[in-house]
Structure formats: structure tokens, C-alpha cells
Design a protein around this ligand. Structure first.
Ligand code: NAP
Length: 407
């Protein structure tokens, strides 16, 4: 039995310890998920084999969520799936469908909340040859740390016209004098000091460990003073209290970054969107809240070739729990057509290998992707924008990455 040969990844003194045959749970995902997963898993297995021959191997364990889970168990997110991610600590998933405005809440959000995966980490960089709508996409090299458990994503919403909504409106009027239109729906936006500071701490630790230049706190604090504005203040406070000798804030630096010190600065979200297009080289590691981070990751992904190229990981650095996943969704119109770009899940897998300490395999995968892109044999999304490109399928792209990892 394959699974019996695998072992659990351990977490000792705040560090992951991966055995040579780690069991890794995976969710195939809805829509185009199965196509992408088939292409990606071949790449992961081949990269590990090329690096360590038979010494190391990942023992994959399928767990269910989304449409496949509902079909087989009548449950969208079975408890066994959550337990498997807890038991094995590190996992990977394809995209899951979330209906808009009705029905089940987002399974992605539920998974992140249940495992307290508070940091959504999304590196955004350009691969040579990938078409882009901006002139100098090579200047984009950012890592977005998006807070994953708070903000309007907590799902505390009341529908327009319902009794409980009227109750709350009445209470708000009586207690605070807040006039809100009677036909309004209401949502709550919690941003806590605890949630903000642990996210900013993760971003600063990451930036220091990788010798990055700056961490920018992105917020809309000029308008939302006690939520987004507080995020900014708590971020600066943490930087000064916990990293005094290793960082310098923009204010303390008088606008002149100091050699050997990580610069902590901030930007208002709307200005950030503009400057990320006009002066992307000024941004490096970004720390922000849930909704800003969601918008920003997709917009930045577009600058470096679109959602098909955008990897991500959801991580709790204190428990070691992590689930890696592409930034994109299920792209339902292409489901089962073996058509979409599997790079985002392949690169998410490379992030996972890095996180496990198997960085050699991660570099191998990145090299394989780079070589494949340079050959101009690419999936439809890139082929339609690239001069002289040959369009190949999702599975052919995966196979070509495997070939290109060989040398
Ligand atoms: P989407 O699935 O991300 O697709 C939007 C568009 O992005 C696609 O039509 C396609 O563009 C492009 N795209 C996405 N994945 C691609 C890939 N692998 N290769 C090439 N192009 C790709 O967004 P959506 O249509 O808004 O959402 C569909 C469902 O996914 C929804 O239920 C949503 O809630 C869910 N979702 C899940 C996650 C998650 O599981 N983490 C994340 C986001 C959304 P073109 O049409 O231009 O070809």
C-alpha cells in the first residue's frame, strides 16, 4: 500500500521537518482543477525524482472538497478533509467553486479560517518571454502577504429587509445615531491588533530572511480609520518594538533608506494600485488586509502574464499548517477541455517544496517553466498574446516542463 510507506511531516521547535516520504493531502478542485492537477502532479514527482532519485518521494493522499465531495459524501467540506490537513500539516489544493450572492459560503475561506491559515503569501514576478500589458514587466518583483482570516471575509452579513437587519439598524440608530437606509444590507469588517500584527510579523520575518529591501503596509486608513488605519499603526508599532535594530521606518529614515536595514513604509491602497503600474520597482514585500490583498494579487498577476502564472500559499507560521493553491478560480468555461495554463498550480507546488525545505526541486521546477516559456510552446492564454507562439494543451505543457527539467 502506497500510503503505508509515507510519513507525517513534523513540526519541531517552530520548524517543519519533512521525512523522505512525506504524505501530502491534495484537493483536485472543481472546474478546470482536475486538468491542472493531472498536469502539475507529474511535474512535482519528476522534479523530486530528478533531484533525489528514489531516496525521496511524495506520497499523495487525495482528500475531498467542493463538488466532488458533495457528490460522494453530501458534504461540501468533510471533516476528514480538515483533519487530514491538520494531521499532515502541508497540503495543496485546486480551485473550488463559490456561488455569488447565495448558497454555500466560500469553501476556500472556510478552510483558511478552520486551519487559521492567516497569511496568504503570493509572490509576483515576471518570467522572461511572458506577454504583459505593461512595458517593463521585469520590474515587478513583489511578494504579497494578505491577511486571510479577518476583514469583510468573516461573513458577518445581514440581508436587506430581514428582521435581524432591521433590529441592528434600529440599534445603531438608537445607540450611535447612525442613519443607514432601511433597505441596506449590512456587513461587519473586523480588523484586530492581534490579526494585523501577526501578519505584519510574518511579512517582516520573510523580508529579513530573504534580504528584501522593504515592507509596505497597504491600507485605506484615510477613510477607514479604526480598521485599515489601525492596521497601519499596529504594523509600525510592531516593527519598532520587535525589530528595532533590524528595520527603519520611512518616517525615521527621513526618506533615505539605511544600508543593512529593512525599510518599513506604507501606501494608501488607491495610490498603491497606480504606483504598482507606474513605479513597480519601489515595492517589494507587501503586507495588507484581506480584501485589498485579494484585489491586488489579481491586478499584479495581470502585469506579469495573468492568473495562469500566479502561485500562492496559505500559511500559519506558528502551527506550521499550510495549504498551497493557485490565485485563480475554477475557470468553469474551460472545464474538461485540457486547455488552461497549469503554471500557477505548478509554481504553487514549487512554493510548497521550498516551504518543506526541498528547495532544489523547487528551483528545478522554476527552471523547467522558464525553459518551456522560452520555447514559445504555451497554453492558449499566453499563445494568444505571444508572437509566433505554438498553442499546446494543459497536459502537453506539463509534459514539456518535465522534459525541460531533465538537463
Ligand atoms: P477564474 O476562475 O479565476 O477565471 C477568470 C478568468 O481568468 C478565466 O476565464 C480565464 O481568462 C483566466 N484564467 C483563470 N485560470 C486560468 C488558467 N489556469 N489559465 C489561463 N487562464 C486562466 O475566476 P471566476 O470565473 O471569477 O471564478 C470561477 C469560480 O472560481 C467562482 O466560483 C469563484 O468563486 C471561484 N474561485 C475560487 C478560488 C479558489 O479556489 N481559491 C479563487 C478565485 C475564484 P479568459 O476568459 O480570458 O481565458
Amino acid at each position: 500500500m502506497a500510503l503505508a510507506a509515507g510519513e507525517r511531516i513534523a513540526f519541531v521547535d517552530g520548524r517543519l521537518v519533512a521525512p523522505d516520504r512525506p504524505i501530502i493531502p491534495y484537493i483536485e478542485g472543481d472546474g478546470t482543477g482536475p486538468d491542472i492537477w493531472r498536469a502539475a502532479v507529474r511535474v512535482f514527482d519528476r522534479a523530486v525524482e530528478l533531484c533525489w532519485k528514489r531516496k525521496r518521494r511524495i506520497v499523495w493522499k487525495e482528500v475531498l472538497a467542493g463538488e466532488k465531495a458533495f457528490k460522494e459524501t453530501k458534504n461540501w467540506l468533510p471533516q476528514e478533509t480538515i483533519e487530514a490537513f491538520q494531521e499532515h500539516r502541508v497540503g495543496i489544493k485546486g480551485p473550488l467553486t463559490t456561488p455569488v450572492g447565495e448558497g454555500i459560503r466560500s469553501l476556500n475561506v472556510a478552510l483558511r479560517q478552520k486551519l487559521d491559515l492567516y497569511a496568504c503569501v503570493r509572490p509576483v514576478r515576471h518570467f522572461p518571454g511572458v506577454p504583459s500589458p505593461v512595458k517593463e514587466p521585469q520590474k515587478v518583483d513583489m511578494v504579497v502577504f494578505r491577511e486571510n482570516t479577518e476583514d469583510v471575509y468573516v461573513g458577518f452579513e445581514l440581508e436587506s429587509g430581514k428582521e435581524e437587519t432591521k433590529d441592528l439598524l434600529e440599534h445603531l440608530l438608537k445607540k450611535y445615531g447612525w442613519h443607514i437606509r432601511p433597505d441596506a444590507g449590512i456587513g461587519i469588517k473586523p480588523i484586530s491588533k492581534f490579526g494585523s500584527q501577526r501578519l505584519v510579523r510574518a511579512a517582516i520575518d520573510y523580508a529579513l530572511a530573504r534580504k528584501r529591501k522593504s515592507v509596505t503596509l497597504v491600507h485605506k486608513g484615510n477613510i477607514q480609520k479604526f480598521t485599515e488605519g489601525a492596521f497601519r499603526s499596529w504594523g509600525y508599532q510592531l516593527a519598532k518594538e520587535e525589530y528595532r535594530n533590524r528595520v527603519i521606518t520611512w518616517e525615521d529614515s527621513g526618506g533615505k533608506p539605511q544600508k543593512g536595514k529593512l525599510l518599513i513604509k506604507d501606501a494608501i491602497a488607491d495610490a498603491f494600485f497606480q504606483q504598482a503600474l507606474t513605479r513597480p520597482e519601489e515595492f517589494d514585500v507587501i503586507a495588507t488586509m484581506n480584501l485589498n490583498g485579494d484585489y491586488m494579487s489579481d491586478a499584479l498577476a495581470a502585469q506579469v502574464g495573468g492568473l495562469g502564472m500566479a502561485p500562492g500559499g496559505n500559511i500559519n507560521y506558528e502551527s506550521g499548517y499550510a495549504i498551497f493553491e493557485a490565485t485563480h478560480g475554477t475557470a468553469p468555461k474551460y472545464a474538461g477541455l485540457d486547455k488552461v495554463n497549469p503554471s500557477s498550480v505548478i509554481l504553487s507546488g514549487a512554493m510548497m517544496l521550498d516551504y518543506m525545505g526541498w528547495s532544489e526541486a523547487a528551483r528545478k521546477i522554476e527552471g523547467g517553466i522558464e525553459k518551456t516559456l522560452a520555447s514559445r510552446k504555451v497554453t492558449y492564454d499566453l499563445a494568444r498574446l505571444m508572437d509566433g507562439a505554438e498553442e499546446i494543451s494543459c497536459s502537453q505543457f506539463g509534459a514539456l516542463v518535465c522534459e525541460n527539467m531533465e538537463e
